[in-house]
Structure formats: structure tokens, C-alpha cells
Write a protein that binds this ligand. Structure first.
Ligand code: HEC
Length: 212
């Protein structure tokens, strides 16, 4: 009788051991020492300032008596209660892009201001104009046409597409064109979210070439 009970107990024990190994997908199975598999999240914006934090976990004694988690961000130690690797930028800091350009903030309804103030930062090199042509063919030609006459394929269905060589437009500044590409105008939709600032300036250059 005793033997049967022992056998049954052994069977259950083996069954439990086998079923607890069912790791897969999102189920990591049973872990015996999780801190060996999972690295501690590194938080660049924070620092643990409580000297007692983590005391419950280990009995490691540091020289100044703090516990395991204190100052866990060792790359930038805790000074004056603020310690982070990534610092909050000073007030009024403005982000710039890779070329060092400031964000474009002239509002949509200020076309005249943009036209007068904005200067194309790019030179009229063959490369810039060649790039501008490719971009124009991608983003503008289907409406404005290969020569800018407002006769692209879309003009069969979409009325009022401007002739870029027409009297009203042919003398506009590159800043004017840049602003129209960025914010749209009237029936033309904004393209600012689809094109980098640099690409918009390249197209503006190319439109001036087309208009000649
Ligand atoms: C969906 C068709 C469409 C696309 C794509 C399009 N445009 Fe236009 N564009 C228009 C229409 C329509 C107008 C006339 C807007 C108005 O005055 O109502 C216009 C007007 C303009 C004007 C004249 C603005 C003014 O001051 O009167 C310029 C310059 C211009 N587009 C440049 C571009 C460039 C550069 C691109 C490519 C990045 C482009 N457009 C893409 C439809 C389009």
C-alpha cells in the first residue's frame, strides 16, 4: 500500500516538473533566478535618490552605507538630488535638424511675409537642381505638368491647377514657393509633412528653373 502511494506521489511530482517547463511565446515558464535573464531597465531620465532603496534585496554594504539600488545610474552620479544622463534642455531651447536649420514656424496665412523674408539656403548647383527635378516629378508634376503649365494628368479631373509660368506666379520668390509647398494654398494641399525642409528648397529652386 505504502509503495502505491509513493509511486502516485512520484508521478504527480514528475508531471508538475514537466508541465512547469512549458515556456514559449509570451510565457517564459517558471524562472528560478529572473535577474539572471532579465537585465535591469536603464533609465536615463531618472536616478534613485533614496539611500535605502533595495536594502531588502541584498546585504551588500557600500562604503557610505547606501543600499543596492541607490545611485543605480552610475554613469552620472547623484549630485544635489538631480542626476540624469539626459538633461532637460534650458528654457527656450529650439531643436535644429541635422543641417542645423531651425523649425519652420511662419503660419499658413503669412505668405507675403514668407515670400519676402525667406532665402533659399541652398546654392544653385547642378546637383541641387537635378535633385529638385526628381522631387518635382514625384510630388508636383502629376498636377502642375512636366513644364509647370498646370496641365498634369490630374488636371483632367482637378480644376484650377495653377500654371506656374503664368503672369501671376512666374516672378514669385523661392520663399513664396517654399511656403506654398509647406502649407498649401487654396485648392492645393500642404506637402510639408511629406517632404524634408531641404527637399522643399530643392523643388523651389527647380520651379524657378522651370519658370524661365
Ligand atoms: C493635387 C494637385 C497639386 C499638387 C500635387 C501640387 N499642386 Fe501646386 N497647386 C495646385 C492648385 C490647385 C493650385 C492653385 C491654388 C489656388 O490658388 O487655389 C496650386 C498652386 C501652386 C502654386 C502657386 C501659388 C500661388 O501663389 O498662387 C505654386 C508655386 C505651386 N502650386 C507649387 C507646387 C509644387 C512645387 C508642388 C509639388 C511639391 C505642387 N504645387 C503640388 C495643385 C497642386
Amino acid at each position: 500500500m505504502m509503495k502505491i502511494v509513493k509511486n502516485i506521489t512520484a508521478c504527480f511530482a514528475i508531471a508538475i516538473i514537466l508541465t512547469s517547463c512549458a515556456a514559449g511565446g509570451n510565457d517564459q515558464g517558471t524562472e528560478y533566478a529572473p535577474n539572471m535573464y532579465h537585465s535591469v531597465a536603464y533609465e536615463p531620465y531618472s536616478q534613485i535618490t533614496d539611500p535605502a532603496a533595495g536594502r531588502w534585496l541584498t546585504s551588500i554594504d557600500y562604503e557610505d552605507g547606501h543600499a543596492e539600488f541607490y545611485n543605480s545610474n552610475t554613469l552620472n552620479a547623484n549630485t544635489m538630488g538631480v542626476a540624469m544622463n539626459m538633461r532637460t534642455p534650458p528654457a527656450n531651447t529650439v531643436p535644429r535638424n541635422k543641417q542645423g536649420w531651425l523649425p519652420y514656424r511662419i503660419p499658413k496665412d503669412s505668405l507675403e511675409l514668407a515670400a519676402k523674408r525667406l532665402k533659399n539656403p541652398l546654392d544653385s548647383t547642378t546637383q541641387v537642381i537635378a535633385d529638385g527635378k526628381v522631387l518635382y516629378e514625384t510630388y508636383c508634376q502629376h498636377c502642375h505638368g512636366a513644364k509647370g503649365m498646370g496641365d498634369g494628368k490630374v488636371s483632367d479631373k482637378y480644376n484650377g491647377i495653377a500654371n506656374l509660368k503664368g503672369d501671376a506666379i512666374k516672378n514669385v520668390t523661392e520663399g513664396h514657393i517654399f511656403h506654398v509647398i509647406t502649407n498649401g494654398k487654396g485648392l492645393m494641399w500642404a506637402h510639408g509633412s511629406q517632404m524634408s525642409v531641404e527637399d522643399r528648397w530643392k523643388i523651389s529652386k527647380y520651379v524657378k528653373v522651370l519658370q524661365k
